[in-house]
Write a protein that binds this ligand. Structure first.
Ligand code: NAD
Length: 476
């Protein structure tokens, strides 16, 4: 792509789609059918607040119904618009196909600045929005299942689920109408951390493949790698926390809405998070240098760049100054199509959004299954597993006594081995498995085809191929 005009987010997604589709042998017409967004519903509704009627605009876009329900988050932000929800809905289609969650793609958004409203006002607005969507089956356990996204979380999902249940009093599966709910309202252990956890698992899988590490001009493991994170919200915070606390990575930069923090010796993620909770931003945080022009830190010298906030932040205006050899797209669409081309030519390796942030939808899938089965994962097996392990431990203890000083069990082996897997362990195991398998599917295309030189195109090829097979199985 040449010139300086940046395409819109949806055009950017379409350009990336077209690039991959041009390398595939799709039946005539099917390419367009997969690319286009099936439908976008726009709703304007009024809510009486503080004595006045306030009118809000919301969207729910359904990109592809090759599998149902369709799935995708609901975002609360002032920048929400039709182009954005359609781009995000399309990404959901490809993401679900790539990580093999049995859903079509959807996305929603409400144009609102949630920080301007009290909790009870947000509840009123959310319930009214949910009502508008649910009465058109745009929230429905078998047709359309929203989840959290920017500006929404467990609290909003609980309100939506409750609103749906009030409108569908005899639907035994009503809890499966949205995911990302709190545990006490039908949620699943590990959903809040899921997208950030998925970023960690994706990077671990990347670093298991020497050829891929070399392609990025890196070496070694995640240990000691210098990381810059943009957005310390749900996704960015968990990713940064796990990478620094469990993999030895050093978080050298944190970019937030009110500027960026930089410290080459490393930043304590938990303490910055607490600072943000207390002060609303990162400004004046004591143990790092603050830069008011936050986005300049995207260009800092580091090993791994994790954009985890907004779309389009790496674009034609800054792409050639990005130094990180490895970018993992925790946010949706942080790199525009034009920037993608510049970075690809520079040899930057990009782990694409549709794979990188799929941890959220993966664990949402587990939550949906849990809701439909009406039982917590692990409830039947855990103690049975533990009692079988007891048998082995008692035999080992007998051996230990028999062999005397010649052999003994490692000190923490017994407690570790005896502990049966609870829901959280099972969710993490399922997520890890999903992220590994999807990465392998992508890299297989990346390395086996001479006409594919990046992970994003490979990811699109895998996803489009699966969606097309699904359409063809339906007779299209
Ligand atoms: P969030 O609202 O929890 O966090 C967003 C963070 O970005 C906040 O800390 C906010 O202050 C910060 N931010 C806002 N404007 C900024 C700016 N100009 N510069 C830097 N930081 C800024 O949202 P989230 O759920 O973490 O989502 C972040 C991204 O991840 C979005 O692109 C979303 O679509 C994507 N995503 C989220 C999930 C999920 O499960 N939550 C799943 C998949 C993808």
């Amino acid at each position: 792509m040449t010139g300086t005009k940046e395409p819109s987010f949806r055009e950017s997604v379409d350009l990336m789609f077209n690039r991959a589709a041009s390398l595939m042998d799709l039946p005539p017409g099917l390419e367009e059918k997969i690319r286009v967004c099936n439908a976008t519903y726009t709703v304007r509704f009024g809510v009486r607040l503080r004595g006045d009627i306030h009118t809000f605009t919301g969207y729910r876009s359904v990109h592809s119904e090759h599998m149902e329900p369709v799935k995708g988050g609901i975002r609360y932000a002032m920048a929400v618009n039709q182009d954005e929800v359609e781009a995000l809905a399309a990404l959901m289609t490809y993401k679900c196909a790539l990580v093999e969650t049995p859903f079509g793609g959807s996305k929603g958004g409400l144009r609102i600045d949630p920080r301007k409203y009290e909790e009870h006002e947000l509840e009123q607005i959310t319930r009214r929005f949910a009502y508008e969507l649910a009465k058109r089956d745009l929230i429905n356990p078998s047709q359309n299942v929203p989840a959290p996204d920017m500006g929404t979380g467990e609290r909003e999902m609980a309100w939506m689920a409750d609103q749906y249940a009030r409108m569908n009093t005899t639907d035994i599966n009503s809890r499966a109408c949205v995911t990302g709910k709190p545990l006490n309202a039908g949620g699943i252990a590990g959903r809040v951390e899921a997208t950030g956890r998925g970023i960690q698992y994706a990077l671990r899988e990347f670093f298991r493949n020497p050829e891929d590490i070399k392609a990025a001009g890196l070496s070694g493991t995640l240990d000691g790698k210098r990381v810059v994170v943009q957005g310390l919200g749900n996704v960015g915070y968990h990713a940064a926390k796990f990478l620094s606390e469990e993999d030895g990575s050093r978080i050298v930069g944190v970019i937030e809405w009110d500027g960026a923090l930089y410290n080459p010796d490393g930043i304590d993620v938990e303490s910055v998070r607490q600072w943000i909770v207390k002060h609303g931003g990162v400004k004046d945080y004591p143990d790092a240098t603050h830069t008011a022009e936050g986005s300049s830190v995207l260009e800092a010298d580091c090993d791994i760049l994790v954009p985890a906030a907004l779309e389009g932040v790496i674009n034609l205006s800054n792409a050639d100054r990005i130094k990180a050899p490895l970018i993992i797209e925790a946010a949706n669409g942080p790199v525009t199509a034009g920037a993608d081309e510049i970075l690809r030519k520079k040899g930057t390796v990009i782990i694409p959004d549709m794979y990188a942030n799929a941890g959220g939808v993966t664990v949402s899938y587990f939550e949906w299954v849990k809701n439909l089965s009406h039982i917590r994962f692990g409830r039947m097996q855990r103690r049975q597993e533990e009692s079988r392990h007891e048998l082995i431990i008692s035999e080992l203890e007998r051996l230990d006594r028999y062999l005397g000083d010649a052999w003994s069990m490692s000190p923490d082996f017994k407690s570790k081995y005896l502990k049966g897997a609870g829901e959280l362990e099972l969710v993490r195991s399922g997520l890890d498995d999903t992220m590994r398998i999807a990465y392998q599917a992508m890299r297989e295309v990346w390395h086996s085809r001479s006409d594919v030189d990046d992970l994003r195109t490979a990811a699109y090829i895998v996803a489009i191929d699966r969606v097309s097979k699904s359409y063809r199985a339906k007779g299209l």
